[in-house]
Design a protein around this ligand. Structure first.
Ligand SMILES: Cc1cc2nc3c(=O)[nH]c(=O)nc-3n(C[C@H](O)[C@H](O)[C@H](O)COP(=O)(O)O)c2cc1C
Length: 378
């Protein structure tokens, strides 16, 4: 058996991973009307055949009228959309892979003019605009409506339904998107959460919505079905934002989520090697593990030379192996358990096989402009 820490097995509840390489969730806008195009099925199964231990799907929206980012992101509801997801699951399993869906509600960040129900206002923790939380000025921005108790119940019910469907479709677990300034994160962050009630104010209050949601999702899937939870400091419009200024604040966010039923914290950072707080080398995932004792996934520019941003038109990111050494050290030291790889796996469906075999020269650069045109290169 390989001694490479990237290629050690791991069990999480009912999930049996053959290695620690995870394809990070990546929206591809290939689902007109909410149904994944047929070519998305081999896009995922090729990555399973390429050796990744686990695939986290692109964000897929729960069954709520104003959850959608745009018209071209996949739904996680409706017979046609779910039937296509089942094809994806079966194709990934046929290649020996494991796969979980990333359940998503965009809240304020919804592209209202391009999304479902454009006449309906978006919802968020508070009645704010994107401009108010750091987005560049645009006449498109319109305030969201502050969520009432009924909205909170509806969104939780939508996630619970998605969770039950994930299990019924044969997915190996599920992931909840609580990062990047989307709905759950809009509650976490003091800039976007200006509520005066039990869901606003203190950190304990700001995490309450997500904690209730995780508890209901856990009840919907039973005790052993793996639940991943993605969180981040950064927001799409503000890379310097923080939901936790100190480890103590991070613990006050993550521990209640762990108690509610999260199995794995996916700490989304843009550069995995950067320390999260002063006076320690631990990165954000490392802190999540130290504070909660839960399994964690790190992510952010794994095997990418240029930590460019994720926006279309960003420069080509050369592939490097320089940062695989510190990644392996973190895994070996037990600071982190899983390694998320995003753009490098878009460019290299066979990333895991190539890295496992040391065939680094065969790794291809990530070129966002080329990839934007289609789902490949394979
Ligand atoms: C094209 C693209 C789409 C993305 N879509 C999502 C998404 O749907 N959900 C999410 O949580 N993160 C998303 N991300 C962030 C990635 O999951 C990952 O955290 C990020 O790309 C950093 O990893 P990398 O440097 O290995 O690419 C996306 C990133 C890219 C490049």
């Amino acid at each position: 058996m390989s001694s490479d820490p990237l290629f050690q097995p791991l069990s999480i509840g009912t999930m049996r991973l053959s290695n620690r390489v995870v394809m990070a969730p990546m929206t591809r806008f290939h689902a007109p009307g909410g149904v994944l195009k047929e070519e998305v099925v081999p896009y995922y199964s090729r990555r399973a055949a390429g050796g990744v231990g686990l695939i986290i799907t692109e964000g897929t929206v729960v069954d709520h009228p104003v959850a959608h980012y745009s018209q071209t992101v996949p739904h996680f509801y409706g017979d046609t959309a779910l039937a296509r997801w089942r094809e994806v699951v079966d194709a990934v399993h046929a290649e020996g892979g494991q796969i979980i869906p990333q359940l998503w509600h965009t809240g304020l960040s919804r592209l209202r003019d391009k999304a479902h129900n454009p006449d309906e206002p978006s919802i968020s923790a508070s009645a704010i605009t994107e401009e108010a939380v750091g987005a560049p000025p645009s006449e498109k921005h319109r305030p969201a409506r502050e969520m009432e108790a009924r909205d909170i119940d509806d969104v939780i019910a939508a996630f619970a339904k998605g969770a039950a469907d994930a299990k019924a479709l044969g997915f190996d677990g599920l992931a909840i998107h609580g990062a990047h300034g989307y709905l759950l994160d809009q509650f976490f962050w003091h800039q976007s959460n200006r509520r005066q009630d039990a869901y606003g104010g203190t950190l304990e209050n700001r995490v309450r919505f997500a904690v209730e949601l995780v508890s209901v999702v856990r009840a919907a899937v039973g005790p052993d079905f793996p639940i991943f939870f993605r969180f981040s400091q950064w927001k799409s419009h503000d890379y310097k934002a923080q939901i936790a200024a100190t480890p103590d604040e991070l613990a006050r966010i993550l521990q209640p989520l762990a108690d509610a039923g999260v199995d794995v914290f996916d700490a989304s950072t843009r550069r995995f090697w950067q320390p999260a707080f002063e006076d320690s080398d631990l990165n954000l995932a490392g802190w999540a593990k130290k504070l909660t004792g839960k399994l964690v996934m790190t992510v952010g520019s794994v095997s990418l030379e240029d930590p460019a941003n994720f926006t279309p038109g960003a420069p080509v990111s050369a592939v490097t192996i320089a940062n695989l050494a510190p990644l392996r050290q973190m895994l070996e030291a037990g600071e982190v358990d899983l390694a998320g790889v995003g753009r490098a796996i878009i460019a290299n469906a066979d990333w895991a096989h190539l890295v496992r075999e040391g065939r680094y020269d065969a790794l291809r650069a990530y070129d966002p402009t080329a990839v934007a045109a289609s789902l490949e290169p394979a």
